[in-house]
Design a protein around this ligand. Structure first.
Ligand SMILES: NC(=O)c1ccc[n+]([C@@H]2O[C@H](COP(=O)([O-])OP(=O)(O)OC[C@H]3O[C@@H](n4cnc5c(N)ncnc54)[C@H](OP(=O)(O)O)[C@@H]3O)[C@@H](O)[C@H]2O)c1
Length: 248
């Protein structure tokens, strides 16, 4: 049985990916900060799993948590670097520096810490797969997206660099870049303002977290000699980071 570690499994895309990979027979390490949510997910999983709570922004917490894993959960075949969020949607001159730091620390530095904690074992085994969850926002900026877009562009470029460095070791490295997915994402971005969050997904058919999980599972299920390096997945109602058809 293979083991997958999924960050941000307490909600949205990470949760749906955990459910699907469990159905497909993966042993899981499910990560997030909210223990109660991970406990709820745990009840729905069909395969052996372990809950790991840590804040990806806290470097020592990340390394300590991963070090605490015991066999067989400490041999990670698949890392899904999914934890992340947007904070705020404001023009650069009005945006909060705290929001900017939260995005750089979580979406970029957090992803780097988790990768750094798990990569040595994959290199030693010459085996493994890393899937980073980027965003269409990392491919093109949208108005007021400034630092969120920059953080996801960093994920995109880091994925490419990591793939180059892992090339001699047979490790598969790829990224998935979703468009609009109806999750808690916008509620977090707008700091609990539910009507504003709901308006993001109004009058269009957004992706579901399960849609993205299916695509991640496709990247995972490809034969060992096949790397899906870069996969952009959009709702049909969305044509780019900021062109959305809300007329249907
Ligand atoms: N929804 C979209 O439209 C969309 C589009 C493109 C890309 N994405 C990306 O997809 C990924 C998942 O987002 P989602 O849509 O599923 O949103 P979500 O429902 O808000 O889930 C975000 C997940 O990330 C975890 N997380 C956030 N900050 C964390 C931190 N500092 N430490 C540890 N875990 C943290 C959260 O867990 P805790 O709160 O329990 O820590 C939660 O499980 C993110 O990287 C996001 O940028 C989303």
């Amino acid at each position: 049985m293979k083991t997958a570690l999924i960050t941000g499994a307490s909600s949205g895309i990470g949760w749906a990916t955990a459910l699907l990979l469990s159905k497909q027979g993966f042993r899981l390490v499910i990560c997030g900060r909210r223990q109660n949510k991970l406990q709820a997910l745990s009840e729905a999983l069909e395969t052996p799993h372990q809950i790991l709570t840590f804040d990806v922004r806290k470097r020592q917490e990340v390394f300590d948590a991963i070090e605490r894993l015991e066999a067989p959960f400490n041999t990670i075949d698949l890392l899904v670097n999914n934890a992340g969020n947007a904070h705020g949607l404001d023009p650069a001159h009005e945006a909060s520096l705290d929001d900017w730091e939260a995005m750089i620390d979580g979406n970029v530095k957090g992803l780097l810490y988790v990768t750094k904690a798990l990569l040595p074992q994959m290199i030693a085994r010459k085996n493994g797969q890393i899937i980073n969850v980027g965003s269409i926002a990392g491919k093109e900026a949208y108005p007021k997206g400034n630092v969120y877009c920059a953080s996801k562009a960093a994920v995109d470029r880091f994925t490419e660099g990591l793939r180059l460095d892992c090339n001699p070791f047979g490790i598969r490295v790829g990224a998935i870049h979703p468009g609009l997915v109806a999750t808690e994402f916008s509620e977090v971005r707008f700091k609990g303002d539910q009507p504003r969050a709901a308006s993001v997904y109004a009058k269009l058919q957004a992706l579901t977290a399960a849609d993205v999980a299916q695509a991640i599972a496709y990247m995972v299920a490809a034969p060992a000699h096949v790397t899906i390096a870069d996969l952009t997945i959009l709702p049909t109602d969305q044509a780019s980071a900021y062109v959305v058809n809300r007329n249907t």
